[in-house]
Design a protein around this ligand. Sequence first.
Ligand code: BDR
Ligand code: CA
Length: 313
Amino acid sequence: MPQPRKIIIDTDPGQDDAVAILLALGSPELDIVGISAVAGNVPLKLTEKNARKICELAGRPDIKVYAGAIRPLVRQLVTAEEVHGQTGLNGPQLPEPVMKLQDQYAVDFIVETLMREESGTITLCPLGPLTNIALALIREPRIAPRIKEIVLMGGGYFEGGNVTPAAEFNIYVDPHAADVVFRSGIPIVMMPLDVTHKALTTTQRTQAFRKLGTKVGIATADMLEFFERYDEGKYGTDGGPLHDPCVIAYLLKPELFKGRHCNVTVETASELTMGMTVVDWWGVTKREKNAMVMRDIDHDGFFALLVERLGRL
Ligand code: BDR
Ligand code: CA
């Protein structure tokens, strides 16, 4: 087998972030160099703790978890307890983590890792607001050409937004950070709502996790049953969109996704459309193509991959 691909997961768990972390932990093709937590779905104190809970659930207390930005670059923090519950991980009863949080600031960890490891070998996987990534790029611009790729969950175009009519949550929470990242020149793969709204946690799919009969399988089903109730009410669907695992699934099986390379610009001025990802899908501007914007997913293949990999934990 080739060398596992080195990734840093930047995250705000969040049940769907948790499933993304579990998918990475169940996949030998990936080497998680570290997990950096950011404020988003819930405040930082909870997201860093939730990341540790998930590592312990998977029997991996050796994974290094770092705490990063406590708030967005410019705007006030907006959280999403109505979706994820007060802890961010409502659903299963997970014990308080025993593994320690790393002392190093997540932004320093990202910079140091990129400057130390061979150039072009580290992939960043942001699953929350892009604050930590933007701060790292501002602190040490020399990291930009050393990053292999950024595969992120965020934005929406044809589907519109999920937190305002125009904006998706991760980009809305820190649009200025997103702007820094999309202007960085780093190769970006974007998993917007256009993809994730097609990856629904139907009853049958949630049951498939439960039927694994393992601690991870049962906890995952409990997380998803809590998480989906909000979106089922909102969208009138059986199940909710399983956003963040799309990022990790892409690293494992890119053929599950289809999209187009185009320009993406982030709205940071208008309050009405704040955080909108303006995708030049039809190439009507001369703006440089800066992201592979995904639009379609083989959702059955995606869930089959998830069940198989979580079943290994
Ligand atoms: C994104 O926002 C969060 O609520 C989810 O974890 C996901 O990263 C979807 O808009
Ligand atoms: Ca997230």
